[in-house]
Design a protein around this ligand. Structure first.
Ligand code: ATP
Length: 511
């Protein structure tokens, strides 16, 4: 099946089963804003728990914070967002569609990469087991010519971005013959910068009102609370502050479902370190965060690091963790060495000292910061994309979400075989005993096969079937989602069997 088809199906599946809805749908929707339904919110909460616990519970030197979305407007001046938080946009004069100039060029790069991959895949098929990929990549003329094209374009693109050379970005688009996907034309406007922050007014009267921003990242709430937390928590450097919260960006092009939204959620951790040690910590967090992703078991080959073409105004090192979505490798998380930029700026703009007295060095300094920043929604999309499977069975087909059990919205469903003979009562009794420990569902409607399919489709790892034997010997069958294997077990063992599979410990052990 084509990858685009898989993605379309995935989006439809998310809606059909109550994971994600378009915001304001009955009013024809609001662009790039989404609501999470009854199962979506559970999955989202579990993702947040996986992240939060891995940061705050597993590291004794990382603590949490929940800062407000509204903040003093000068914070955004100090952080550089008012002047520099923008993307280069370009319009196609024929279709009147708007694009990010950098994304158009990135897509062109991905196209060239795609051609190389195709060539390699073709050769692999032809040569079978004897295929030496490395040698092929180093010698095949078509691969080499595309590789040169890729490198030349990449170098030119990175330079234009770093110099903020907007005319050059346009020239690249023209030279590469990039066309508008809607009109097919090359009739482009000039490239302009567009600030991504949403603003509103705070205050009752027009004269007294002041312009404030909806935060475009949660990080600044951490920086301005750095001293509060350090002092009250008696934190010693190195230490981190973790936060989960909403962020808002007026994205120029919002496509690909919940991948790029205008209102989204971030999980960010700022790690404060001694100046000069930041690049070691950067490496450490790079590895730790990659392990966190891979622990979910979605296949190591589906992740890669991507170095930034352009460093943000505050960074001295930056890398993205990319996941292979159905539409290609894309960023899910950024790890940035933010230097002392933010804290120093806040010192300057607030006039307050933001220093740390290091008892080991007997001196005060502005700490350096290494940040890990991941979008909850992109992580959600990663989980759903990896989990979605269509399996051909002997007689029919099933759609199953192979969500890691710790993240699954519903841990088990209890299904009485028939709606009589005391079976529903027995099923309800099982639920009453286990509902404080696990999120579970009761379902008695339709045939048992249909009920299994419904639970497969929402990623429930276990189905517990109550039948006539249950009333005699207090045993039930437990059916495993991924293998569909069934086993007879005693009811009083259920808590342990399920608990072992769905707890987070297994995941944490791999980080
Ligand atoms: P992109 O290059 O895709 O615009 P970014 O580099 O601007 O992303 P960061 O500022 O590093 O992103 O934000 C950290 C994380 O927040 C990203 O890795 C992503 O997971 C998430 N994120 C950023 N923008 C959005 C958005 N518009 N919608 C959903 N998630 C987002």
């Amino acid at each position: 099946m084509a990858k685009e088809d898989t993605f379309k199906k995935l989006v439809a599946h998310c809606k059909e089963y109550g994971f994600v809805f378009q915001s304001s749908e009955i009013y024809d929707g609001l662009g790039a804003v989404y609501d999470y339904g009854q199962l979506g919110v559970e999955l989202k909460n579990n993702i947040k728990k996986y992240w939060w616990d891995s940061m705050v519970k597993l590291h004794e030197n990382v603590v949490g914070l929940d800062s407000a979305i509204f903040m003093h407007p000068t914070i955004w001046k100090a952080s550089g967002h008012v002047d520099a938080f923008s993307d280069p946009l370009i319009d196609n004069k024929d279709s009147k569609k708007r694009y990010r100039a950098d994304v158009l060029i990135e897509e062109q790069l991905a196209k060239i990469e795609g051609k190389i991959d195709k060539e390699v895949a073709k050769a692999q098929k032809r040569f079978g087991d004897s295929f030496d990929e490395k040698q092929f990549r180093e010698t095949n003329p078509r691969v080499l010519s595309n590789q040169t094209k890729y490198e030349e374009l990449h170098t030119r693109f990175a330079k234009a971005l770093n110099d903020s050379h907007l005319d050059e970005l346009k020239q690249i688009i023209i030279d590469q013959g990039i066309v508008c996907p809607v009109s097919g034309s090359r009739n482009w406007t000039d490239v302009r910068q567009f600030n991504l922050m949403f603003s509103t007014e705070m205050g009752a009267t027009a004269e007294g009102a002041s312009k404030i921003y909806l935060r475009p990242e949660t990080a600044q709430g951490i920086f301005v609370n750095y001293l509060n937390v350090q002092k009250t928590g008696r934190m010693k450097i190195p230490f981190g502050i973790a936060q989960i919260g909403k962020a808002f960006r007026n994205e120029i092009v919002a496509r690909q479902f919940i991948f790029r939204m205008r209102e989204f959620e971030q999980m960010e951790m700022q790690f404060f370190v001694r100046p000069g040690t930041e690049l070691n910590w950067f490496e450490k967090w790079k590895e730790t965060r990659m392990k966190w992703h891979k622990a979910l078991g979605f296949g190591d080959e589906n992740y890669r690091f991507h170095e930034h073409e352009k460093l943000a105004h505050y960074a001295n090192a930056a890398v993205d963790i990319e996941y292979k979505f159905p539409f290609g490798f894309k960023e899910v998380e950024g790890i940035h060495s933010r230097t002392d930029f933010d804290l120093s700026q806040h010192e300057e703009y607030s006039g307050k000292k933001i220093r740390y007295f290091d008892p080991d060095l007997n001196e005060s300094y502005v700490p350096f910061v290494v940040e890990t920043s991941i979008g909850v929604d992109r992580m959600f999309l990663q989980v759903i994309s990896a989990a979605y499977c269509e399996e051909q069975l002997e007689k029919d087909m099933r759609v199953v979400l192979k969500i890691p059990p710790a993240l699954a919205p519903i841990k088990f469903a209890v299904l009485p075989l028939v709606r009589k003979d005391g079976l529903p009562e027995k099923a309800r009794e099982i639920i009453s005993n286990l509902k404080f420990d696990f999120n579970c569902q009761y379902d008695e409607k339709d045939s048992i096969g249909k009920r299994y399919r419904r639970q497969d489709a929402i990623g429930t790892p276990f189905c517990i079937t109550v039948d006539h034997q249950t009333t005699e010997d207090n045993t039930v069958t437990i059916r495993y989602r991924d293998t569909m294997a069934q086993k007879r077990v005693a009811i009083d063992k259920l808590g342990n069997i399920i608990g072992e599979q769905v707890n987070f410990k297994g995941l944490f052990g791999k980080i």
